[in-house]
Design a protein. Sequence first.
Length: 176
Amino acid sequence: RPNTDIPNTIAALRQRLVLETYSWQELYPELVSALSLEKYTMFFILLLITLVAGMNIVALISMLITQKRADIAILQAMGVTPSTIIAIFMTIGIMISGIASIVGIIGAWIVSVLLERYPFIQLPHVYYVSHLPAQMEWTIMITVFVVVMAITMFATWFSAQRAKSITIAQVLRFEG
């Protein structure tokens, strides 16, 4: 079971049965370390994918600011502060990445449930398990969501800073 206290369980079995009892982690330490390494590697790969997505958000917000220069200048002429304009673009970027992250996590959860229910990816007989385990943990999902949102907030803030550099008179003269 996932939340079993393995050392206490083994100690209780040794005491009751008076036999040498070992956990599968003690018998196959290479497999445990390989699975742990795979977990961290997958997190690193996911982080790199998130960085690429963050750069796409930078490009998206930058293009949106370029496209909406006249609207931003009109808002500034009406008295809207640059921090409010930055907040608007931050809201857009965070909403895009939040929705995309939630959809991605739900998709990963669905695939995980399908892999657990229908183990169609078989592993060779040298492993302790016969099929690819794909159990989603809430801590990992929350960590991924928080990291994605942090990267997105930084990327959105970085690109939204371009809205400060818009000169009202020049934009309204040439683009308005």
